[in-house]
Design a protein around this ligand. Structure first.
Ligand code: BEZ
Ligand code: FE
Length: 289
């Protein structure tokens, strides 16, 4: 077959990929070709636009290494990450809703005793976090691992700090739920922050008339044998970016007030010399099929 033109090229490529031995590879390849060709027909790019698109993707790849994943950021900011998340988390009642993982999770965060301060020496308003982990019927899960992390009150994660501070964990920790499925810890109140926007994704957001900000949140990854690992965040009620999160990650069920309290007795029965905030959330895990 030869002499392909605008009207015949799509069918020709579809015929070529139809020989794939793996049916999933065939289905994915066919959908890719159909949608990509339809996109190009709709856009009718000039050659310089096509070159700019190749340059954009090349720049996105060039910025990826073991610390920076510009392609995932692109997926996040185009709503693809949350779409994939939604397709893979059709949850039963009683299971907490999910949201994006983000680039700042560290698998090796230290396990801390219940009640520990996971941000010692970090400047910011104290935040006392309490909660529970249950099955979808509300029965407590003992020994669940609650892995949690968040930004400081300038909006930076520990892993974004200068190289000399590398390996120093702050504003992150892992806790194990007690016999009642409960956990609690102390930290500082995180702030809203812009996603990394000094690369191609930042340029795209600017060209699209969008800001790079995410509302203030605390990340949670909660796991227990026999249950699907839950990846989610809890957002602060009233944050100005709840309706315009750069990565489309906000859900009503994940928003809570983080009320401010005057100095005095804290939830862990200690005395706080300064005003503090509290955050409480009860998580439900989905049973593995
Ligand atoms: C985060 O919440 O850590 C995050 C999520 C997606 C992109 C960038 C940051
Ligand atoms: Fe985050």
């Amino acid at each position: 077959m030869r002499n392909f033109d605008e009207t015949t090229i799509t069918e020709a490529v579809l015929a070529r990929v139809a020989n794939a031995a793996d049916p999933r590879v065939r289905a994915v390849s066919e959908a890719l070709v159909r949608h990509l060709h339809a996109f190009v027909r709709e856009i009718e790019p000039s050659f310089s636009e096509w070159e700019a698109a190749i340059g954009f993707l090349t720049g996105t790849g060039a910025l990826c290494d073991d610390k920076r994943q510009e392609f995932i950021l692109l997926s996040d900011t185009l709503g693809v990450s949350m779409l994939v998340d939604a397709i893979n988390h059709r949850l039963p009642d009683g299971a907490t809703e999910t949201t994006v993982l983000g680039p700042f999770f560290v698998a090796a965060a230290p396990e801390l005793p219940l009640g520990a301060d996971m941000s010692p020496g970090v400047e910011g308003d104290p935040l006392y976090v309490t909660g529970s982990v249950t099955d979808p019927e509300g029965r407590p899960i003992t020994g669940a691992i609650v892995d949690t992390w968040h930004s400081d009150d300038d909006g930076y994660y520990d892993v974004q700090k200068p190289a000399e501070e590398e390996g120093h964990f702050a504003m992150r920790g892992r806790f194990r739920t007690d016999a009642q499925g409960r956990f609690h810890f102390r930290t500082i109140k995180p702030a809203a922050y812009p996603i990394p926007h000094d690369g191609p994704v930042g340029k795209m957001l600017e060209a699209q008339g969008r800001h790079p900000w995410r509302p203030a949140h605390v990340h949670f990854m909660i796991s227990a044998p026999g249950y699907e690992t839950l990846v989610t965040h809890i957002f602060e009620e009233g944050d100005r970016y709840l309706d315009s999160d750069a990565v489309f990650g906000v859900k009503d069920s994940l928003i809570r007030a983080w009320p401010r309290h005057e100095a005095g007795q804290a939830p862990d029965a200690s005395t706080s010399a300064v005003p503090f905030h509290t955050l409480t959330y009860d998580f439900g895990l989905k049973r593995l099929d």
